[in-house]
Design a protein around this ligand. Structure first.
Ligand SMILES: *Cc1c(COP(=O)(O)O)cnc(C)c1O
Length: 475
């Protein structure tokens, strides 16, 4: 692995290649009549002006310090870090894909047509009647979906105060419900890792606005009682929300709409290939049943008299994002779905499930529940899951998600995705095996073979370094 020698702008090469732009870049620009107070303004701005070779080497070095889906397997459970085929980038980068969003509808029929077809594809994939493309992430989709549920209940004069969420759910589910003004009722999982029907029946009431679930759930387990669960929620007048982060297990195999879900989000950046992580970019379209369609965000795209147009649904919750949403991400999802087609999508899910099940049999850690789908949660047992993760970095692979869900001790939530070959699955298994056999001291010191050693994650979050100049200091 490449070592990193504090690559800074003051690379040796800077001296040999006289920066062409330096004088211009460092010119003092006088800002007259600034409305800002003097102590908040500066009168010069020193920008680095390296020569191109130094710049090329700097970024190449940075990219070598990083690890991504293009470096090797990336089994970060729940996140679906699949390899993103580059043809989708080419299509999103085409000039026709970049039209100004304020142009009149009739001059952007291609753009609106793509939105309309993507709404339709996602609707068919999820078994939903109508889909909005606006929300810019899965979490934003959740918030939109719960707002739609809220608007629906309010419209029916039905004031409800609670949202039920299983204890294994993603943190965004709890945050969504709380931000939408609901009290969160946490449902304990049953012994088999699934929804405990008795606990659900005890918690459900006329206060229940919605139950938020994902299926297969966070442990990768299929909620076999999903139809019964849907009946219990619907009989109490509540709605069933589907967290689409696990849709990668279901493409062409089963549909949330058929299971009784009323509203769902799609993490198109997970399921339909867009590089993601570190906060984006993503898109979280939301699908709903016919009864909820009048509450979708404004604008929505429809086809009338052979033309595509924007319109405001009758009881719209309003805007959740400007214009069409995170457009390039949507174009990539469209390209991915059309290239794979029905058979290709079903094949992707089948392989995602096969890969997870194969890997689970090859690792030395206990996998407490099963049979599972596209991901599994192993337990690090006596080892600390965070140490296991850091240790795996020294074996050249990205580790799984750790310590979540909390229903499994020292959880190692592993999702290899469909794109990994037998060889890379074996490489992952070998890394698990090596770390399993390592002593605690070695693991506590790991990683030692990466560009950065173990970082203080709390400090990294609390005192982030936001300036390029910090590279020169040793802090
Ligand atoms: C990733 C994820 C989310 C949130 O999606 P973002 O696109 O990251 O906002 C919600 N639920 C689950 C289960 C997830 O894995």
């Amino acid at each position: 692995m490449t070592t990193y020698d504090q690559a800074s702008w003051k690379d040796e090469d800077d001296d040999r290649h006289e920066p062409l732009l330096s004088e211009k870049a460092n010119e003092r620009v006088a800002i007259e009549d600034s409305p800002l107070p003097d102590d908040l303004t500066r009168d010069s701005l020193e920008l680095p002006a390296p020569a191109e070779p130094a710049l090329a080497r700097h970024y190449t070095r940075l990219s070598q310090m990083n690890y991504g889906v293009e470096s090797g397997p990336f089994p970060l459970g729940s996140c679906t870090m699949k390899y993103n085929p580059s043809f989708t980038e080419d299509i999103a980068a085409r000039p026709e894909a970049a039209v100004h969003p304020d142009r009149p509808d009739r001059t952007v029929q291609g753009t609106l047509g793509l939105c309309h077809r993507l709404q339709d594809y996602l609707g068919r994939i999820g078994g939903m009647d109508a889909v909005t493309l606006q929300p810019p992430a899965g979490a934003a989709g959740e918030f939109t979906g719960i707002q739609i549920a809220n608007a629906y209940h309010q419209h029916n004069g039905d004031d409800r105060s609670e949202v039920l969420i299983p204890d294994s759910a993603h943190g965004t589910n709890f945050a969504t419900a709380a931000m939408a003004g609901y009290s969160v009722v946490e449902l304990p999982s049953g012994d088999d890792g699934r929804v405990d029907i008795d606990a659900l029946e005890a918690a459900i009431s006329e206060e229940t606005a919605a139950l938020m679930l994902t299926n297969p759930n966070t442990l990768g387990l299929f909620e076999r009682d999903i139809e019964r669960i849907a009946d219990i929620v619907h009989d109490a007048g509540g709605l069933l929300y589907y967290d689409g982060a696990n849709l990668n297990a279901l493409l062409g195999q089963a549909r949330p709409g058929d299971m009784g879900f009323d509203v769902m989000h799609y993490n198109v950046h997970k399921t339909f290939a867009t590089p993601h992580g570190g906060g984006g970019p993503g898109a979280g379209p939301v699908g709903v049943t016919e009864a909820l369609a009048p509450f979708l965000p404004d604008p929505h795209v429809r086809q009338r008299n052979g033309e595509y147009e924007y319109y405001r649904p009758d009881h719209s919750i309003g805007k959740v994002h400007g214009y069409y949403g995170n457009w390039p991400v949507l174009v990539k999802a469209f390209a991915y779905i059309t290239r794979l087609g029905d058979a290709g999508l079903a094949d992707a899910s089948a392989k995602a499930v096969l890969n997870a099940n194969y890997l689970a049999t090859q690792i030395p850690y206990e996998v407490p529940f099963g049979p599972f789908h596209h991901e599994f949660v192993a337990s690090a047992g006596e080892q600390d899951a965070a140490d296991v993760a850091k240790g795996m970095l020294d074996h050249g692979v990205h580790p799984p998600t750790t310590k979540w869900p909390e229903t499994v001790d020292e959880a190692l939530m592993t999702e290899p995705t469909e794109g990994e070959s037998l060889r890379s699955l074996d490489q992952l298994a070998a890394a698990f095996e090596a770390v399993h056999d390592e002593d605690d001291g070695t693991l506590a010191a790991a990683p030692t073979r990466t560009a950065a050693s173990r970082i203080d994650q709390v400090r990294a979050a609390r005192s982030p370094r936001l300036s390029w100049q910090a590279l020169d200091s040793d802090q």
